[in-house]
Design a protein around this ligand. Structure first.
Ligand code: SF4
Length: 152
């Protein structure tokens, strides 16, 4: 069983009401049970919704209680992102899921890159960060060729 960013599987949960369907991720259904989750919707954000970005740091700071996420209406949305991340973790724990494939560059799901203001920067989204710190293997849609490699 693998937790997957719901937008990668075709669900229209992106901030603009679209999806990020990725055929390589969808093809994994032949071998794995894929569990779609959108942490931003879980956290209580609407779809469509204004896009959000970090004003400092990344998701690891958000998890420490720093309110570093705003949307483009200047509203602080950090607590909703935390809530969604916590519930995504809860789903992994309920189903004993040990691997997640998450959409790169998202403030929730980014595993290597996030947007710091408007600049693409190295860092992790809030959900990627909470999963990783709870010993769940996180990878982006660009990393799935490594899926069968041993975790180390
Ligand atoms: S929060 Fe994650 S699953 Fe939801 S739309 Fe953004 S990238 Fe996709």
């Amino acid at each position: 069983m693998i937790l997957v960013s719901a937008c990668l599987l075709g669900l229209r949960c992106c901030y603009n009401g679209c999806n990020n369907t990725n055929q390589s991720v969808l093809d994994l259904r032949k071998k794995y049970i894929l569990v779609p989750v959108c942490p931003e919707q879980l956290g209580g954000l609407q779809t469509p919704r204004p896009p959000s970005f970090f004003i400092e740091g990344d998701g690891s700071q958000t998890l420490q209680g720093i309110d570093n996420l705003k949307n483009n209406k200047n509203e602080n949305v950090s607590s909703l992102f935390r809530r969604g991340a916590e519930d995504a973790l809860k789903i992994c724990q309920l189903l004993n899921i040990k691997t997640a494939i998450l959409k790169e560059r998202s403030p929730s799901c980014g595993t290597h890159y996030i947007y710091l203001k408007e600049k693409l920067t190295k860092g992790m989204g809030v959900t990627a960060s909470i999963l990783k710190s709870n010993d769940i293997r996180v990878m982006s849609e660009n990393d799935i060729r490594r899926l069968d490699e041993r975790k180390n």
